[in-house]
Design a protein around this ligand. Structure first.
Ligand code: COA
Length: 140
């Protein structure tokens, strides 16, 4: 992901999330050294998904992931996480974690399929008062 991808990334963020990240979060993360960020494009160069994570002190944190509605359930979310994890391992991270809305069944199922397990519930994690599950995995 590059700074000039942010228009399309932010448009998808607003479409898919009840409390979207402000645009400035993407701009800030993209210039931070610890960030790993991908977009996936189809052959016509249309963006179909994106993901962001950070690697810090041996910990890999998936902070955002989305796939366009028409391209969901085709393995792109899984592929994005695999790519992030490979880079995290190269950077020496052995512990992975993320937060997910407790009612986000699609994401929870995807992460479970990738070997993540629910570790705890984080009350009032989201700005609208929703709770999150913290999911985690040992990277190998
Ligand atoms: C979560 C998200 C990124 C998953 O992306 P995706 O490309 O559809 O995921 P995949 O195709 O790799 O799915 C992998 C597995 O996850 C599970 N899964 C995905 N979507 C699901 C759904 N709607 N219902 C139940 N399980 C689902 C399935 O087990 C699936 O494997 P299968 O299709 O072989 O049964 C996508 O649904 C999305 O963008 N959602 C909106 C944004 C969001 O909630 N992001 C996560 C924030 S934590």
């Amino acid at each position: 992901m590059h700074l000039d991808d942010i228009d399309k990334v932010y448009a998808l963020e607003v479409e898919l999330f009840p409390n979207p990240w402000p645009r400035s979060f993407f701009e800030h993360d993209l210039v931070a050294k610890k960030t790993i960020a991908f977009i996936i494009e189809c052959e016509e160069k249309k963006m179909i998904g994106y993901s962001l994570a950070s690697c810090h002190d041996g910990k890999f944190h998936i902070t955002n992931i989305a796939v366009t509605k028409e391209c969901q359930r085709k393995g792109f979310g899984t592929e994005l996480v695999h790519r992030l994890e490979r880079i995290a391992l190269d950077r020496g991270c052995t512990y992975a974690y993320l937060e997910v809305r407790t009612d986000n069944i699609a994401a929870i199922k995807m992460y479970e399929g990738l070997g993540y397990a629910i570790a705890r519930r984080h009350k009032l994690y989201y700005i609208n008062g929703d709770d999150a599950y913290v999911m985690e995995k040992e990277l190998r």
